[in-house]
Design a protein around this ligand. Structure first.
Ligand SMILES: NC(=O)c1ccc[n+]([C@@H]2O[C@H](COP(=O)([O-])OP(=O)(O)OC[C@H]3O[C@@H](n4cnc5c(N)ncnc54)[C@H](OP(=O)(O)O)[C@@H]3O)[C@@H](O)[C@H]2O)c1
Length: 353
């Protein structure tokens, strides 16, 4: 992603001042790491221009994930090797968006101006994004833009962990620890779509929601510890990492498998949850019933697979709430607290001058 200076040079040079001024947009800009209220600014910046192979998308909604909150804070410090040492490499945060194609660059044939789309990008917390056309697919007709923006990395993660890592089969008993946040509700619904018998784990206030999206059983973790029950799960997706790996494996059937996917809220300054990820990777080499960490990337094929599940009515995003772009800091704080009910979504201005 370009810096704001680079975007300014690319969009303003050689253009009349009035045109350059008319091609600005609102975006959330972050020039240093820190707490949401201190580092996220709503600013006018130049609107990007679609280059060859790219589409310009007018963003209607963007979702916020735990990963966005981690990158914003720049903690654990270890992650700055990837996200930028002194300040975030990407001046505008946000990856998962839904909107309308406003312009296409040369060579783009799969999408047309006016198409409603969803997909992934850098700089999503803005009125417009410009990205390679293959990052976007048509928005499922039965979803609003807010719901479509929520799909992104959370649903892709759930799909890849259950389908590719877990190789889920109909009739298997699956437990989703952390069933009510960003990843969990997608995991519950995808596991049900694959024919599993699903148990979701969450707190009291989310029990009804997790049941309403199809979980066969719900464990309220404030009243019951799933690691102490009869060991009978064929697959456990652990989004929380609030038990030892050995205790969690205790809940597995003899051939069951544990897929850890947690620790994102760990507050350690230097390596934070990375320490847990390294431990998971090492243990997985020696323990038959545990899979290692799995880095997931968004891709077009999985967005299309999710679209099929969504259009068949098997998966519907759960939205915690929507916030206007001007309240991004508040929304980001809520996600970082680790108890959002489903996905938190930002909405942009309905019409852009
Ligand atoms: N979101 C993504 O796209 C994504 C992608 C890859 C990996 N990850 C990783 O996956 C993990 C989960 O992400 P997420 O987006 O689902 O997080 P999240 O939205 O913060 O959800 C956290 C979940 O954990 C539960 N929880 C919180 N405290 C708990 C406790 N003490 N005991 C048991 N459960 C508790 C919450 O339930 P209650 O609210 O009911 O307490 C909620 O279901 C994170 O470590 C993240 O880094 C996320």
């Amino acid at each position: 992603m370009e810096s704001i200076d680079q975007v300014e040079r690319r969009t303003a040079i050689g253009r009349p001042t009035a045109l350059a001024a008319a091609t600005t947009m609102q975006a959330i800009v972050q020039s240093r790491y820190g707490a949401a209220a201190q580092v996220l600014e709503l600013r006018d910046i130049p609107k990007p221009v679609a280059a060859k192979g790219e589409v310009l998308v007018r963003v209607h909604a963007a979702s916020i994930h735990v990963g966005d909150a981690i990158i914003m804070a720049g903690r654990p410090y270890f992650l700055r090797l990837a996200t930028g040492l002194g300040k975030p490499k990407n001046a505008v945060p946000g990856t998962d968006v839904a909107g309308t194609v406003e312009a296409v660059g040369t060579g783009v044939t799969a999408l047309r101006v006016g198409d409603a789309v969803f997909g992934w990008c850098t700089g999503g917390f803005a009125d417009y994004v410009c990205v390679s056309a293959d990052h976007f697919v048509p928005k499922p007709a039965n979803l609003s833009f807010e719901q479509a923006a929520a799909v992104g990395v959370s649903a892709t993660t759930a799909l890849q962990l259950l389908r590719d890592q877990g190789k889920l089969q109909p009739g298997q008993k699956v437990l989703i620890n952390g069933a009510s946040g960003g990843v969990g509700p997608f995991a519950v619904q995808i596991a049900k779509a694959f024919g599993a018998e699903v148990t979701g784990v969450c707190s009291t206030g989310n029990v009804e929601m997790v049941r309403s999206i199809g979980a066969d059983h719900v464990v309220d973790y404030t009243k019951e510890d799933f690691t102490k029950g009869e060991p009978h799960y064929d697959f456990i997706l652990d989004n929380v990492a609030n038990h030892s790996l050995a205790d969690t494996r205790h809940a597995l059937s003899p051939n069951g498998v544990l897929q850890p996917n947690g620790g994102g809220h760990s507050s350690g300054r230097w390596i934070g949850s990375i320490g847990g990820v390294i431990k998971v990777a090492l243990i997985a080499k020696f323990v038959r019933q545990q899979l290692g960490p799995s880095v997931k990337f968004q891709n077009r094929a999985d967005l299309l697979a999710l679209t099929e599940l969504i259009e068949a009515g098997k998966v519907t995003p759960v939205i915690d709430g929507t916030y206007p772009l001007s309240r991004t800091a508040e929304a980001m704080r809520h996600v970082a607290e680790g108890h959002a009910r489903g996905t938190v979504v930002l909405t942009m201005r309905p019409t852009i001058a």
